[in-house]
Design a protein. Sequence first.
Length: 77
Amino acid sequence: MSYKETQELVALPAHIEALEKEQREIASALGQVEIYQDPGRLRDVQIRADAVSAALAATYARWEALEEKAASTAVDS
Protein backbone atom coordinates (compact mmCIF):
# COMPACT_ATOMS: atom_id res chain seq x y z
CA MET A 1 0.00 0.00 0.00
CA SER A 2 1.21 3.47 -0.79
CA TYR A 3 1.65 6.17 1.81
CA LYS A 4 -1.25 8.10 0.29
CA GLU A 5 -3.55 5.06 0.54
CA THR A 6 -2.50 4.48 4.13
CA GLN A 7 -3.32 8.08 5.01
CA GLU A 8 -6.64 7.79 3.20
CA LEU A 9 -7.48 4.63 5.15
CA VAL A 10 -6.70 6.38 8.42
CA ALA A 11 -8.94 9.32 7.50
CA LEU A 12 -11.92 7.31 6.26
CA PRO A 13 -13.55 6.55 9.64
CA ALA A 14 -13.79 10.27 10.46
CA HIS A 15 -15.19 10.98 7.00
CA ILE A 16 -17.77 8.20 7.41
CA GLU A 17 -18.70 9.54 10.83
CA ALA A 18 -19.26 13.02 9.38
CA LEU A 19 -21.43 11.65 6.57
CA GLU A 20 -23.46 9.55 9.00
CA LYS A 21 -23.94 12.59 11.23
CA GLU A 22 -25.18 14.61 8.27
CA GLN A 23 -27.47 11.75 7.29
CA ARG A 24 -28.99 11.76 10.81
CA GLU A 25 -29.45 15.54 10.65
CA ILE A 26 -31.19 15.23 7.29
CA ALA A 27 -33.46 12.49 8.63
CA SER A 28 -34.30 14.71 11.57
CA ALA A 29 -35.08 17.63 9.25
CA LEU A 30 -37.30 15.40 7.14
CA GLY A 31 -39.13 14.39 10.30
CA GLN A 32 -40.21 17.97 10.94
CA VAL A 33 -43.57 19.13 9.60
CA GLU A 34 -42.24 22.58 8.72
CA ILE A 35 -40.01 21.32 5.93
CA TYR A 36 -43.02 20.05 4.00
CA GLN A 37 -44.43 23.57 3.95
CA ASP A 38 -41.49 24.79 1.85
CA PRO A 39 -41.26 22.72 -1.36
CA GLY A 40 -37.98 24.34 -2.43
CA ARG A 41 -36.28 23.56 0.86
CA LEU A 42 -37.73 20.04 0.85
CA ARG A 43 -36.35 19.43 -2.65
CA ASP A 44 -32.91 20.71 -1.62
CA VAL A 45 -32.84 18.50 1.48
CA GLN A 46 -33.94 15.45 -0.51
CA ILE A 47 -31.25 16.09 -3.13
CA ARG A 48 -28.65 16.40 -0.38
CA ALA A 49 -29.97 13.22 1.27
CA ASP A 50 -29.44 11.34 -2.00
CA ALA A 51 -25.94 12.79 -2.38
CA VAL A 52 -24.97 11.88 1.19
CA SER A 53 -26.29 8.33 0.75
CA ALA A 54 -24.29 7.91 -2.45
CA ALA A 55 -21.17 9.37 -0.86
CA LEU A 56 -21.55 7.10 2.14
CA ALA A 57 -21.90 4.01 -0.05
CA ALA A 58 -18.84 5.00 -2.09
CA THR A 59 -16.84 5.75 1.05
CA TYR A 60 -17.71 2.38 2.61
CA ALA A 61 -16.71 0.65 -0.63
CA ARG A 62 -13.41 2.52 -0.71
CA TRP A 63 -12.76 1.68 2.95
CA GLU A 64 -13.42 -2.00 2.26
CA ALA A 65 -11.10 -1.96 -0.76
CA LEU A 66 -8.31 -0.30 1.20
CA GLU A 67 -8.77 -2.68 4.15
CA GLU A 68 -8.48 -5.64 1.77
CA LYS A 69 -5.39 -4.14 0.18
CA ALA A 70 -3.85 -3.49 3.59
CA ALA A 71 -4.55 -7.07 4.67
CA SER A 72 -3.09 -8.41 1.43
CA THR A 73 -0.01 -6.24 1.84
CA ALA A 74 0.44 -7.45 5.43
CA VAL A 75 0.23 -11.10 4.33
CA ASP A 76 2.73 -10.52 1.52
CA SER A 77 5.25 -8.89 3.84
